[in-house]
Write a protein that binds this ligand. Structure first.
Ligand SMILES: [Zn+2]
Length: 277
C-alpha cells in the first residue's frame, strides 16, 4: 500500500524541484540554440553543460561531441515501457525521470529510477569500454577519508571524477564519528562487470561509481517483493552523506524504486547546474 502515498509525497516535493531546476537553468543562461534555429530542450542543454570537456552542442536532437562525433539522442521510439527504457535507453531517455536532488529519503514511486537508464554508446564513448581495457588505464587513486583511514580508491580521471570524489571525501572526513560505520571502509569502486541479471555494463565498469558500507545497505535484489511485485523500500544511509555526494555531482541509488542504497555514481546532468562542475 506504500505506492499511492509515496507517489503523492514525492509528487509534492520532488517533481516541482526538477521543474524548478530546468526553469532556473533556462533563466540563468538562456536556452541554447541549435544550428537549425530550434531551441534545444532544457534537459539536452543541461546534458551539454554537465560534460563541458566532451560535449559541444546539440543540432536538433543530434549530439555533437567536441571531437566531431555525432550521436542521435532520440531513437524515435517515443515513450518506452519501463523495462525497455531501462534496457535500451537512448540519450534523451537517460534524462526522462527527474532526479529529486536534496530531497529526504522517502520511498520512491513504482518504476521510478532516475539515472538508472544509461545509454551504452554514450558511456562507452565518454569513459571507454572496460572489456577492451579502455577504462583501467584512466583510473586515478583517491585517498578516502584520510583523517579516518588509509584506504585508497580508484576512479576514472575522466571529467575530473577523481577530484570530485576527493572533494566528497574531504567533506565526509569532517562528519562526526557517528557516521564512520557508514563510510569506513568504502566497499568498492571500479570493477569491470555487468549489472546483476543483465548484459549491461555497470556504472562501476566505467570507474564513475562508489559503494559505501555494504553491511548497512539495502538492495532491492536482496529483498522479497510485495504482492503487487514492488520491493518494499528500506534505507539506513544517513541523508547527510547523500547530500554531500549530490553536491559534487554524484547521484544516489537510494532514490530508486529499485533501490541500491550503498551506490553513488557521477551523473551531473541529473543534478542542479553547478553540482560537481
Ligand atoms: Zn554500486
Amino acid at each position: 500500500m506504500r505506492c499511492n502515498c509515496s507517489r503523492r509525497r514525492l509528487g509534492a516535493a520532488a517533481f516541482p524541484l526538477g521543474g524548478f531546476l530546468m526553469l532556473s537553468l533556462v533563466a540563468g543562461g538562456g536556452p541554447a540554440l541549435s544550428d537549425s534555429g530550434q531551441t534545444a530542450e532544457p534537459a539536452l542543454t543541461r546534458l551539454v553543460a554537465a560534460y563541458p570537456d566532451h560535449l559541444a552542442r546539440f543540432e536538433g536532437t543530434t549530439l555533437i561531441w567536441r571531437d566531431g562525433t555525432r550521436m542521435e539522442a532520440d531513437d524515435g521510439a517515443g515513450v518506452k515501457p519501463f523495462e525497455v527504457w531501462l534496457e535500451r535507453p537512448d540519450i534523451k531517455d537517460m534524462l526522462h525521470q527527474p532526479y529529486p536532488a536534496g530531497a529526504e529519503a522517502t520511498p520512491p514511486p513504482a518504476k521510478f529510477d532516475p539515472g538508472r537508464a544509461r545509454n551504452a554508446a554514450f558511456f562507452d564513448k565518454m569513459y571507454g569500454d572496460c572489456r577492451k581495457g579502455g577504462v583501467a588505464n584512466q583510473l586515478k587513486p583517491v585517498a578516502w577519508l584520510p583523517k579516518k583511514t588509509k584506504q585508497r580508491l580508484l576512479v576514472t580521471g575522466v571529467n575530473g571524477i577523481d577530484r570530485k570524489l576527493a572533494a566528497v571525501s574531504a567533506e565526509l572526513d569532517e562528519l562526526p564519528a557517528t557516521f564512520d560505520p557508514y563510510l569506513v571502509p568504502a566497499a568498492g569502486t571500479y570493477v569491470c562487470r555487468v549489472i546483476a541479471g543483465t548484459n549491461r555494463i555497470s556504472a562501476h565498469g566505467y570507474g564513475i561509481a562508489i559503494d559505501i558500507a555494504v553491511s548497512r545497505s539495502d538492495y532491492w535484489r536482496w529483498s522479497s517483493p510485495a504482492a503487487d511485485g514492488s520491493f518494499p523500500y528500506r534505507n539506513r544511509i544517513p541523508i547527510e552523506i547523500v547530500r554531500v555526494f549530490e553536491k559534487h555531482g554524484f547521484i544516489w541509488g537510494g532514490r530508486w524504486s529499485h533501490f541500491d542504497t550503498m551506490h553513488f555514481e557521477y551523473r551531473p546532468e541529473l543534478l542542479p547546474a553547478g553540482s560537481g562542475h
